[in-house]
Design a protein around this ligand. Structure first.
Ligand SMILES: Nc1ncnc2c1ncn2[C@@H]1O[C@H](COP(=O)(O)OP(=O)(O)O)[C@@H](O)[C@H]1O
Ligand SMILES: [Mg+2]
Length: 314
């Protein structure tokens, strides 16, 4: 396999007493999307800022296309784009005006700046809104414009720090489409997110981070496979819930969670269990199940299992 285009090795960064990064490692093959998944405060932005040369690590190294982010920051900057959680576009200018202005800021000749602006507006479906001032844009359109301003110079690596946080579902979908579009061009994307479904939708590989360290890596499917399947049980009579919980705890070796008055979910052991055995044991205990279904865990469940936290991320 080709050398990874983004590499981080043992990154440490503290702010006073806060250890934002505690030995973070990452490796992203060119042309792929890496999802860096973690809750608020996990260290995602700190890592992105170091990789994008905006901040120096206290210890450790990082390279973009073989260039050290500290010693060769200029070469790194030529190859990257960064879109933050907060849009950097000018409110008073139109969408087209913003793109032209950024093109000029990046030293493109006037004609080329204009041409690139038109190209990007067309490609990312913003042509209709292109000549309206940005202050009238929806949150999603603004974020999309912010994202495409990062594409003016055709970066090899694009960092997207929580690109959809705070957006409604429809705008999130539009941003996802835009990201897929730019990935199709061969851009390598490192995307941070708190949303497990987002990582599942977009990422080839996921690095789960918590407290400044990677706690798991793999494809979405690999991560789901690290814990056993889930069994959802719907009871005919909610009054049998305690009895059902006792049976499931004995069989699975772990306590089920109650998801509704008449519904339980339990993580099965990685070795699995036979549904027939479960039905028989429930029956012995006088529990009638209206429905039993076996499924792969969601990424939420994987994350909770990995971080062993009780709170959910949304
Ligand atoms: N400039 C800063 N000064 C002080 N603390 C900071 C600063 N930047 C980040 N932190 C702290 O470092 C930790 C990681 O923050 P951050 O990288 O922003 O996490 P995330 O982006 O995953 O939410 C948090 O505890 C945060 O409060
Ligand atoms: Mg952040």
């Amino acid at each position: 396999m080709a050398d990874p285009i983004v590499v981080a090795e043992g990154l440490h960064k503290s702010f006073g007493d806060t250890h934002a990064l505690r030995g973070l490692d990452l490796s992203v093959p060119a042309g792929t999307v890496c999802g860096v998944l973690g809750p608020n405060g996990a260290g995602k932005t700190t890592a992105v800022r170091i990789l994008a040369t905006l901040s120096d690590p206290d210890a450790g190294h990082a390279r973009i296309a073989g260039h050290d982010v500290v010693r060769e920051a200029a070469q790194v900057r030529e190859r990257i784009g960064l879109a933050g959680q907060y849009a950097a576009v000018d409110e008073k200018l139109t969408g087209r005006g913003n793109l032209r202005m950024f093109g000029r800021l990046y030293h493109l000749p006037r004609r080329q700046a204009h041409q690139r602006a038109d190209e990007l507006l067309d490609r990312f479906g913003l042509t209709d809104a292109a000549d309206r001032p940005v202050h009238g844009y929806s949150g999603g359109m603004r974020r999309r414009l912010d994202l495409i301003t990062c594409l003016i110079l055709r970066p090899e690596v694009l960092f997207l720090d929580e690109p959809t946080t705070g957006l409604d579902p429809r705008s999130r979908g539009e941003i996802w489409d835009s990201i897929r579009e730019l990935v199709a061009d061969g851009t390598t994307v490192l995307l941070t997110t708190q949303y497990l479904d987002e990582a599942d939708q977009l990422a080839d590989d996921i690095a789960v981070i918590d407290h400044g360290k990677v706690i798991a890596t793999g494809t979405p499917d690999e991560l789901k496979a690290t814990i056993g399947d889930r069994l959802d049980v719907t009871l005919e009579d909610p009054a049998t819930l305690p009895a059902a919980a006792t049976v499931l705890t004995t069989l699975a070796g772990t306590e089920p969670t109650t998801t509704d008055a008449d519904r339980l979910t339990v993580a099965l052991p990685a070795t699995g269990l036979r549904l027939a055995d479960i039905v028989r044991e429930l029956d012995h205990a006088g529990v009638a199940a209206a429905d039993l279904s076996l499924r792969r865990p969601t990424l939420d469940e994987v994350f909770l299992r990995l971080t062993d936290r009780k709170e959910t991320m949304r």
